[in-house]
Design a protein around this ligand. Structure first.
Ligand code: CDT
Length: 290
């Protein structure tokens, strides 16, 4: 998905999502993955109060009137989707959230982002902010696997994709597919990271974790320059072999399709990564200690 600028309305953004859903359907897709915070610009780059952020960028209900056309199109076409958005609960809790919607247009799963990158304080010396730790709480739902039109599907969001524990917890629940959206700024405000590493570390995270957990992975960027702030593209679909089978080539709205044969993971699940036979959790205790 190309950039969403501050001046873009929810209605304009939802129309773009519906257009991509329709194109995906015309090319044979049965599930579409949209980005993290897909309905708005990547607003954690801007310093503002929490109240202002809620007013401008958070969704109180899902679906709501503005997003309903996407749900209607999903039901009409029989195509499910994953969507990331900023959620404010009835109690006023704020999460960076994603949902799974099945081919009947029903929400069948929810995830609230656990690995929140960035900072909570104002960094006026930085070219932009990364205020996920200010605007969001750490997710309170864990990593869960949902049956989405018969496919065991796990979700995560952006920075979660860099952590092996994310995929392993999902694979331990027999996930066949992991879907995620991301917004990855091309510049790292914390240290002088070479720009090309932003894309290569993204891809290597998807590929290594797909292979080591025998899952398909589909990752969708929001990318290009949002009001001058550039984010990487390279939306990708990776097979359980660890191989990249599809990748976007533009930084605009672009539909990338792959046929994901779920059986490709079987040999890996039965042999090298047969968890029941070969895992040694008694030797892994350190990774669940702080
Ligand atoms: N949105 C998000 O999680 N982005 C992070 C940027 C990390 S640098 C603070 C990512 O992992 O892509």
């Amino acid at each position: 998905m190309g950039p969403v600028h501050l001046s873009d309305t929810r209605a304009q953004v939802v129309k773009r999502l519906v257009d991509m859903l329709r194109e995906a359907h015309s090319r044979g897709a049965r599930l579409v993955v949209f980005p993290e915070l897909a309905l708005t610009t990547f607003f954690p780059r801007y310093w503002m109060t929490e109240a202002e952020a809620v007013e401008r960028f958070f969704e109180k209900e899902m679906p709501n009137r503005q997003v309903q056309p996407l749900f209607d199109a999903a039901r009409e076409l029989g195509v499910g989707f994953y969507l990331g958005y900023a959620e404010i609960t009835a109690e006023g809790r704020r999460f960076n959230t994603s949902i799974m919607v099945d081919s009947s247009g029903a929400i069948v799963g929810k995830y609230r982002k656990i690995h929140l990158p960035g900072h909570a304080d104002h960094k006026p010396e930085a070219p932009f902010q990364h205020l996920e730790k200010k605007f969001f709480e750490v997710g309170d739902m864990g990593f869960r696997v949902y049956d989405v039109d018969g496919v065991k599907t796990g979700m995560c969001l952006c920075n979660d994709r860099r952590w092996p524990e994310t995929y392993r917890v999902l694979a331990l629940q027999s996930a066949e597919l992991v879907v995620l959206g991301y917004n990855t700024p091309s510049l790292n405000i914390h240290w002088n990271e070479p720009v090309h590493l932003r894309t290569s570390t993204h891809l290597i995270s998807l590929m290594a974790n797909a292979y080591q957990n025998a899952v398909w992975v589909a990752a969708a960027a929001k990318c290009g320059a949002e009001d001058g702030f550039h984010m990487i593209g390279s939306s990708a679909i990776v097979a359980p072999t660890g191989e990249l089978v599809a990748r976007s080539v533009t930084e605009d709205d672009e539909v990338v399709v792959a046929h994901a044969d779920l059986a490709i993971g079987d040999n890996f699940r039965e042999h090298v990564f047969n968890f029941a036979k070969h895992r040694a959790p008694e030797h892994y205790r350190l990774i669940v200690e702080r």
